[in-house]
Design a protein around this ligand. Structure first.
Ligand code: NDP
Length: 310
């Protein structure tokens, strides 16, 4: 039986080497060279893979996302019925995202866009001192990534708020849930960080209404998915000054077309979906562990809850 990999060709070579380093007995195939469809027992795939194609493998027993997000796997037509889907929960992914959030929260908190503009214009002008303890940071999503990044900011002395689907207690984080909780958290968030999964419930959540609830001159940091943000609403909020700046790693569509207004917007800083990049050598042990568990009929790690959508 074989494991099918599907992502960019150069990344597939890394994945292959990483999986074999954990279990040299694995037979690895690289899509589209799948060989006999009946020999595929697991598919480890990334965003470009056509999920309908996975229905060709009658003995498939496990699908693994090469990242923490699974929206690419669950959108129609979705995975073949009855096949479990696992995602990555990986220390290196979590660490990178924590760094990216920290970078951008500090960028805005320390008025870096304004100081950069002053440097460009050779202006020697001190701005008001930033007060960390008076700068609440609100997290949309308090999962693996959100909880870690929230802890980093808490450690620096920021008041940290967090919104989750279910009521949740995270040490040092004031928790919110539900529509009322979202409104209450937004009203206090000087910096709003989005680390939600993209689901039917969270798509378009960052719209004019939510942005309008933020304190005037707040900042948005989106490391989750482009689909969380209504781009026209964010651009309007940036232009009106309701939102003073946005750090965006994710977009609709990706790659972002060269003509998109975000590229040249003076109040937007962008990275090309690079906040947190999967490192196969770090992720491979849990993929192999899940494959061994699936073979033994044991409970799997990091399973996706289809009902919740993440
Ligand atoms: P988790 O599943 O661990 O956490 C998701 C969090 O979002 C949970 O706190 C969950 O609530 C909350 N949530 C989900 N749905 C809702 C809802 N309807 N209302 C309120 N809260 C909700 O995910 P991760 O932290 O591992 O990852 C988050 C996302 O980050 C991924 O799905 C992916 O899209 C994105 N990502 C982006 C990367 C990048 O490079 N830009 C890299 C990796 C991930 P609860 O706690 O109640 O379950």
């Amino acid at each position: 039986m074989a494991v099918l990999l599907s992502t960019r060709r150069e990344a597939m070579a890394d994945w292959r080497a990483a999986l074999l380093a954990v279990d040299p007995t694995l037979e690895i195939r690289m899509f589209p060279e799948a060989g006999d469809p009946a020999s595929i027992e697991a598919a480890v795939v990334w965003t470009a893979h056509d999920m309908a194609e996975l229905r060709r493998y009658p003995n498939l027993r496990l699908i693994v996302s090469m990242g923490a997000g699974v929206d690419h796997l669950l959108r129609p037509p979705g995975p073949p019925p009855g096949i479990p889907v696992a995602r990555l929960v990986d220390r290196m992914l979590t660490t990178q995202m924590g760094e990216w959030v920290l970078l951008n929260v500090l960028r805005f908190h320390r008025q870096d866009p304004d100081y950069r503009a002053q440097q460009r214009d050779r202006v020697w002008q001190e701005l008001p001192a930033p007060v960390t303890a008076e700068t609440p940071v609100g997290f949309l999503g308090l999962g693996e990534l959100g909880t870690h990044a929230a802890g980093l900011l808490r450690g620096l002395g920021f008041p940290v708020l967090g919104w989750s689907r279910r009521p949740k207690q995270v040490p040092g984080v004031e928790g919110f849930h539900g529509a009322d909780g979202l409104a209450a958290m937004a009203a206090r968030s000087r910096i709003l960080v989005c680390l939600l999964p993209l689901t039917p419930e969270t798509r378009g959540l960052v719209d004019a209404r939510l942005l309008g609830r933020l304190p005037r001159g707040a900042f948005l940091v989106n490391g989750a998915r482009g689909g969380h943000v209504v781009d026209a609403d964010l651009l309007a909020a940036l232009d009106s000054g309701q939102v003073a700046g946005a750090a965006l790693d994710v977009f609709t569509p990706e790659p972002l077309p060269p003509a998109h207004p975000y590229w040249a917007h003076p109040r937007v800083v962008m990275t090309p979906h690079a906040a947190s990049i999967t490192i196969p050598a770090s992720a491979a042990p849990q993929v192999v562990e899940n494959l061994h568990r699936a073979r033994r009929g044991e409970a799997l790690l990091n399973l996706v809850d289809f009902a919740a959508g993440y």
